[in-house]
Design a protein around this ligand. Structure first.
Ligand code: GRF
Length: 244
C-alpha cells in the first residue's frame, strides 16, 4: 500500500510513518509527500528518506476562490496519480482538500487530529489553538483522533481515538507534547490496520474493526466504585441551610 502524506509543518507524524514502515512492514510504503508550502519542515524529512515530494503551490491558486480550488484539485489529482497513491494521510495539512479530491478518494483519505473529535475541531482549530482551547475549557481528558476525511474540516467517520489526560497545572505546550507522543503511536497503527484490512469503511459510512484496535484493557474500568467511596452527594442548598 503506497501511502502519500500531506503536511504543512514540521512533519513529526510523517517521520513516525517513515520510521514505522521503513522495512515495508504490513506492505506499507511511505511513497511521497505533498507539502502545502515550500517552508514545510516535512520536506527535509522527505529528502533525508529519499521520498519524492511536491508542493501544492498556493500562488497558483490565489485567484478567484472557485477557479483556484479547481486548479488545486486538478494538480493534486494528477500528483496522486503520478505517485501511484493508495492511501492519503493528512498529518498537519492546513489546507482544505478540494472536493473533487475528497470525492475521488473517498475512503482512502485519513486525517489525524490532536483532540477527541468532535470536540475541539473544525475550521481554525489546529496546532497550539487546539490545546489552548482544551486547557481553557478545563477538560480532564483530551486525546487523538484518526478519521476518514470528508468535505469539512475534522469531520468524517472516526477510525480510532486514544485518550490523553490533562493534568493540574498543564500548559497548552504540556498537553501538546503528551498528545503528540500518542499521535506517533496511533497513526502508524491505523495505517498498518488499513493496509492489513483489519479496519474498513462500510457503504453505510461506518467504520468496522475486525479485531480490537487497542491492546490489553486500558479502556476497561476495573470495577465500579461503591457508594462509600463516592461519598454522599451534596444536598441542594446545603450552604444556606447549615449556615456554613
Ligand atoms: C499534529 O498535532 C497533527 O495532529 C495535527 O497537526 C500536527 C502536525 O504535527 N493535524 P507534525 O507536523 O506531524 O509534527
Amino acid at each position: 500500500m503506497r501511502v502519500i502524506v500531506f503536511a504543512s509543518g514540521g512533519g513529526s507524524n510523517f517521520q513516525a510513518l517513515l520510521d514505522r514502515f521503513a522495512d515495508g512492514q504490513d506492505g506499507v510504503q511511505v511513497a511521497g509527500l505533498v507539502a502545502s508550502r515550500e517552508t514545510a519542515g516535512a520536506i527535509r524529512r522527505a529528502e533525508r528518506a529519499g521520498v519524492p515530494w511536491v508542493v501544492a503551490s498556493t500562488a497558483e491558486v490565489s485567484g478567484a476562490e472557485r477557479e483556484g480550488a479547481a486548479r488545486e484539485g486538478a494538480f493534486l489529482l494528477h500528483a496522486l496519480e503520478r505517485l501511484e497513491a493508495d492511501l492519503i494521510v493528512l498529518a498537519g495539512y492546513l489546507r482544505l482538500i478540494p472536493s473533487e479530491v475528497v470525492r475521488g478518494w473517498w475512503g482512502h483519505i485519513i486525517n489525524i487530529h490532536p483532540a477527541l473529535l468532535p470536540a475541539f475541531g473544525g475550521r481554525g482549530m489546529y496546532g497550539s489553538r487546539v490545546h489552548e482551547a482544551v486547557v481553557d475549557a478545563g477538560v480532564r481528558v483530551t486525546g487523538v483522533t484518526v478519521h476518514f476525511v470528508d468535505e469539512a474540516y475534522d469531520r468524517g467517520p472516526i477510525i480510532a481515538q486514544w485518550p490523553v489526560p490533562v493534568l493540574d497545572g498543564d500548559t497548552a505546550a504540556d498537553v501538546a507534547a503528551r498528545v503528540l507522543e500518542i499521535e506517533h503511536e496511533l497513526l502508524p497503527r491505523v495505517v498498518g490496520a488499513l493496509a492489513r484490512g483489519i479496519v474498513t469503511l462500510g457503504e453505510d459510512g461506518r467504520v468496522r474493526w475486525s479485531r480490537p484496535w487497542i491492546d490489553g484493557d486500558r479502556f476497561r474500568v476495573r470495577r465500579a466504585p461503591d457508594r462509600a467511596e463516592l461519598g454522599s452527594p451534596p444536598r441542594a442548598g446545603n450552604h444556606h441551610t447549615t449556615g456554613g
